[in-house]
Design a protein around this ligand. Sequence first.
Ligand SMILES: *[C@@H]1O[C@H](CO)[C@@H](O)[C@H](O)[C@H]1NC(C)=O
Length: 332
Amino acid sequence: MGAGLCNKTMALFYLVIMASLVSTVAELQRFQQSTNGDGSLSFLVIGDWGRRGAENQSQVALQMGMIGEKLDVNFVISTGDNFYDNGLTGVDDPNFEESFTKIYTAKSLQKPWYTVLGNHDYRGNVEAQLSPVLRKIDRRWICLRSFIVNAEVAEFFFIDTNPFVDMYFYDPKDHMYDWRGLRPSRKIYITNVLKELDLALKKSTAKWKIVVGHHAVRSVGHHGDTEELVQLLLPVLRANYVDLYMNGHDHCLEHISGTNDRPIQFLTSGAGSKAWRGDVKGLERDGMKFFYDGQGFMSVQLTQTDAEIVFYDVSGEVLHRFNLAKPLYADM
Ligand SMILES: *[C@@H]1O[C@H](CO)[C@@H](O)[C@H](O)[C@H]1NC(C)=O
């Protein structure tokens, strides 16, 4: 009798799971993130970090902990390249704890970490980073290919930008990439992600629309602009009045303002460990507001009317700070 009931419960459980899978096929998975009592929101953004504490990763982590406490952050965003050099080997790779759990130890950072994948993550077992098993080791870890976080005042659209980049497919050098999850094909995958993003942005009623990916749309750092994203992703961001596009990939901090009538702010936070590449180019470009070649991170504070964005260096010193007032067109 007991076993029969259990089987029935399991059957029902699977039915519910199957039904929810079917109904979400055409939509990105959503997470609900609570805000502060007054509806405001604050978070940190870090990228390109996991080196078991080396290359000033631990120093940056320490400062994140302090700024995180000061701002009482709700969560952390990772812009990818989470584990160097080659992602994780599996869910039991000690690099997960050595580069994440044991580094970002401050109390203020014990919040959800919404994480995208970088190209270095694809050089390992990419399914491992996506596995819910990691959440059992460290419950902060929320890593999916593309997903949405709804936080009332703001909605965040996390996009896996790796499949967009031609070079990884046609000129991978001596790197192996784990494309197992790219189904049914790269082309269909990209088309679907863009379609899903466009739909979700159109449906969004949040004041602030923020898109996060590993690769830059605009950057003057080592890798520069990602042409595939300029061509395919940028039109979707523009058409839907996206406020901020945040990325890593270039190991620096930068702020480039869009120069047209729908000025997206392009923010690079990819300075979580190894930096000082020394090959910045095009600092004179239109909309260039700030570039820093060394380690650091970024904080964002949002209310219904204002965004306050700050970049910090490895000692927690403020490098650049700017404020955005919510443009009127968002209320139309
Ligand atoms: C770490 O940060 C210190 C302080 O800015 C700097 O002097 C040093 O060069 C950095 N180390 C590395 C490996 O980047």
